[in-house]
Design a protein. Structure first.
Length: 530
């Protein structure tokens, strides 16, 4: 029986009250700064306060920092500490080990350092030695994390709903689904049994790799509150980013300290992550700067396996997306192709509906593939408003896959997309890697090589990825999806609505009738032009 239930419960209740009041204050202040247009003050205030709260709030910053304007607007000199040097809490590690491990297992650990040398959002990391002299790390779960995490996630969810759309302001995204994805992945990070088994899974797969290093996990020493792994030395990318802010060139520093080529190492990491998306059931889903270790002999390692990113269900559509995204890094950007593949992956129902109706239309110059027609209209609409956009401009924006498309063709959501964020952990992993490379300033030397080498290998090994997905959607269902979509466009832009509907023959009468009820102005124009 718990010998201190009253004091324990009072402690938990006090923490919850304190955080509720604190987050309410942060929300009120943030809304005020947003309304005043003081974006830099907002970024600095919100980030500093979230760091002070710690735990899941720091995890939120890790998830969005490198993929948003916050990185450029948050000026705290200690901002990179969120990746590996957070504040620590008092943990009696010898006592914890004694409680968690039987005597025969405990005897395998010969030495421990009582003070942590690193700390993350949910765990603290200690150095130790096995009896045979092998250096190890012992990761211990922070006190009270499990007891307060779900409550914190609810608070953060309420806060995020006020700001999430502002990250992707031109798209309709199911915010609840996006927040739930973040919650689920975060809760996984306190499941040390899962993390230990996943780390071991990756270790077994890569243990013979000459350059990509995953530390060994000692499963017989792991418990729900402890993870014991091989110690991986080297220099973290988070440390390199600190040096870069001080004016030190990261690549030159790595060459001097380790004799390694940073570009080659980041190519190795990116190659294995991207190739693993298509060949493994799941990859490490959190390759942020604190989890990447640069080693001697051109080796590179990953640590921290609390987030697993499952492979996408529709691999061919993701392959099509990265094929188009690769062109951005080779000065051959195809806006129409990129837009079409974006629809295929993120708005898959609409893509399949357009494809289904295209199959029933006479394919000639007047009635082309509907997805291509939509892409052409989107390209023309963007150039009319913003002028030509080349690959160099896209690269300089340093944005992720979502926001590249967002900035290119979908201002004010004029195309009425309801985006489905499928494979969110995998996308976050890919975007975190890209953002890390960009933060190091080596994207032009690294990313083209990664994309090209992986795509060429996949084309050779998995030619089925180059094929469009089989379409079994009924015509009736396709018409229903397209009419609902056109209704949303009619509300926003009757002229665009007219331009699109002229290209659709199958189900055209029903499309016009249903959409016209939403857009009287469009009805007149469609009648005149149809």
């Amino acid at each position: 029986m718990n010998q201190r239930p009253k004091s324990y419960n009072r402690t938990i209740s006090a923490i919850k009250r304190q955080r509720t009041a604190k987050l309410a204050k942060i929300a009120a202040r943030s809304i005020y700064l947003k309304r005043k247009g003081q974006s830099e003050l907002l970024a600095n205030y919100m980030c500093d306060e979230f760091v002070a709260l710690g735990g899941v709030y720091t995890k939120f910053l890790q998830g969005v920092l490198l993929r948003s304007e916050i990185m450029r607007k948050w000026h705290n000199p200690k901002r990179t500490n969120i990746f590996e040097n957070l504040d620590t809490e008092l943990i009696d590690l010898p006592a914890l080990l004694k409680r968690e491990l039987p005597k025969n297992r405990l005897a395998e650990i010969a030495q421990i350092q009582p003070q942590p040398f690193a700390a993350g959002s949910f765990g603290q990391v200690y150095y130790g030695l096995l009896r045979d002299g092998t250096p190890i790390i012992i990761k211990a779960l922070r006190p009270l994390i499990r007891e307060t995490l779900r409550y914190d996630l609810r608070l953060l969810g309420m806060f995020a709903r006020s700001f999430f759309i502002k990250l992707y302001p031109n798209m309709q995204i199911n915010v609840d689904d996006a927040i739930n994805d973040f919650k689920n992945s975060t809760l996984h990070e306190t499941d040390y049994v899962f993390e230990a088994n996943f780390a071991n899974e990756l270790y077994e797969h890569y243990k013979d790799h000459p350059k990509f290093i995953i530390p060994k996990t000692y499963l017989d020493l792991c418990t729900p509150n402890l993870i014991v792994q091989e110690y991986l030395g080297g220099i973290s990318v988070a440390q390199l980013l600190k040096l870069k802010e001080q004016g030190i060139d990261p690549a030159a520093y790595i060459d001097e300290q380790l004799g390694s080529d940073l570009n080659e190492q980041m190519i190795t990491l990116g190659y294995e992550l991207l190739y693993g998306i298509f060949t493994l059931p799941r990859i490490q889903g959190d390759p942020h700067p604190g989890n990447i270790k640069v080693l001697a002999d051109n080796k590179i390692g990953l640590i921290d396996f609390g987030i697993a990113a499952p492979a996408p269900k529709e691999k061919s559509s993701f392959f099509g997306l990265i094929e188009e995204f690769e062109k951005v890094y080779h000065d051959a950007v195809d806006i129409e192709g990129l837009f079409g593949q974006f629809i295929r992956f993120f708005v898959s129902d609409l893509y399949r509906a357009l494809k289904r109706l295209s199959e029933l239309q006479v394919q000639n110059e007047d009635t082309p593939d509907l997805t291509k027609s939509l892409s052409k209209v989107a390209h023309q609409a963007f150039e009319k408003q913003a002028g030509p956009l080349d690959a160099n401009t896209l690269r300089k924006q340093n944005k992720n896959i979502l926001t590249v498309i967002n900035s290119v063709v979908n201002k004010q959501n004029r195309f009425g997309f309801i985006v489905t964020i499928q494979s969110s952990e995998m996308l976050r992993a890919a975007q975190s890697y890209i953002a890390t490379v960009e933060s190091l300033g080596i994207q032009d030397d690294v990313l083209p090589v990664v994309f090209t080498s992986v795509i060429e290998r996949l084309r050779a090994e998995m030619p089925e990825l180059t094929q469009d997905d089989a379409n079994t959607m009924s015509v009736g269902h396709a018409v229903e999806i397209i009419t609902d979509w056109l209704e949303r466009i009619a509300d926003r832009d009757p002229v665009l609505f007219s331009s699109l509907i002229r290209r659709i023959n199958v189900g055209r009468k029903e499309l016009k009738q249903r959409a016209a009820t939403k857009a009287p102005k469009a009805k007149t124009e469609v009648t005149e032009r149809a």
